[in-house]
Design a protein around this ligand. Structure first.
Ligand code: ATP
Length: 308
């Protein structure tokens, strides 16, 4: 089942469209990375999903239910921690959670202690929040998001601003929640390296539209294609010749080498072809691109990987 599905969402600030015909699908069990450059529309989409602003047009469904038809029931299954949500600095982490839980019903102390344990704050639970690192505050935010036992977490830039240990702490926590508790996670990020580490599916947004969505492994290593890194004694000539070869799907110069893509069933031809083309080969290795390489190559336009 889809945890989140949007159909043809439009939204605009004043006259300018921030979101256009946005279709995205987060499957149950995903850690879905919603990626895109600054100003692409990530935060606006998050706000639409959380019902903080209403779309001009389009549908949002969580676990098959329409957000705008049954808002309270739907949002009860969603946990979020909004950026800028402030904790009381002079209260402890635990007291902040108790206070928050009180606003939303009766605080269950046992649940709060269990969550503090889950997010690795049991030992710091009684220390004032003002003494917490940003990573600890972010984890306290996740504990708060988890209080009502949501099936899905919707997080806007959860790794933003964290130092490397903080990034690791939050990343590991999200993976654990996903694997051990079956919680689906939608997170936005402009950090491609981090997204690559934790997400199983990604959606790429540009100028308010989703231009690519799919499984990360299929995008990085499509089963029907093989990618190689090649160095020769004359890469400029090699690039030109490869670009003319009918069996080569793509060739691009990357840091001091050529990235070449061929259909998997043609892969065996490459080495022989290079030799026959009288190109002196210095290096020929299978190459698995990073997410960043695909972005740079404009893969969104070419459409590698699976569709949905
Ligand atoms: P960032 O990574 O910089 O936060 P983003 O992908 O989250 O970017 P949004 O903040 O959703 O992008 O912005 C999408 C577009 O809408 C941008 O062009 C932005 O300038 C515009 N925008 C965002 N908020 C407002 C607002 N309150 N009023 C008018 N325009 C806005």
């Amino acid at each position: 089942m889809s945890a989140i599905e949007t159909l043809d969402l439009d939204f605009r600030y004043g006259k300018s469209f921030a979101i256009r015909a946005l279709r995205m699908r987060v499957e149950e069990g995903d850690i879905y990375g919603f990626l895109g450059p600054n100003g692409a529309g990530k935060t606006t989409t998050m706000r639409l999903l959380l019902g903080l602003v209403a779309p001009l047009r389009g549908t949002i469904r969580f676990f098959g239910e329409d957000l705008h038809r049954s808002r309270l029931a739907v949002l009860a299954r969603v946990g979020t921690h909004l950026e800028g949500h402030a904790f009381y600095p002079y209260l402890s982490g635990r007291d902040n959670l108790i206070l928050f839980a009180r606003y939303h019903g009766a605080p269950e102390r046992a649940r709060i202690d269990e969550l503090l344990e889950t997010v690795g704050l049991a030992r710091a639970a009684r220390a004032r929040v003002r003494t917490y690192s940003l990573g600890m505050k972010q984890r306290l935010g996740l504990a708060q998001a988890l209080l009502h036992r949501p099936r899905l977490l919707v997080l806007d830039e959860p790794l933003n601003g964290l130092d490397p240990p903080g990034v690791i702490e939050v990343r590991e926590l999200l993976v654990r929640l996903n694997r051990e508790e079956g919680i689906t996670v939608l997170l936005s990020s402009h950090r491609l390296d981090e997204a690559e580490r934790i997400c199983n599916r990604i959606g790429l947004i540009r100028d308010g539209a989703l231009v690519r969505e799919g499984r990360l492994d299929a995008l990085l290593a499509p089963p029907d294609r093989q990618r190689y890194r090649i160095r020769t004694r004359d890469d400029a000539r090699a690039q030109q010749r490869l670009a003319e070869a009918a069996f080569v799907a793509g060739v691009a110069a990357t840091d001091g080498a050529l990235a070449v893509e061929v259909a998997a069933e043609e892969a065996h031809r490459l080495a022989r072809w290079l030799v026959e083309a009288d190109l002196d080969v210095l290096e020929l290795v299978p190459w698995r691109p990073r997410l960043e390489d695909l972005f740079r190559d404009g893969f969104a336009a070419r459409g590698a990987g699976e569709g949905g």
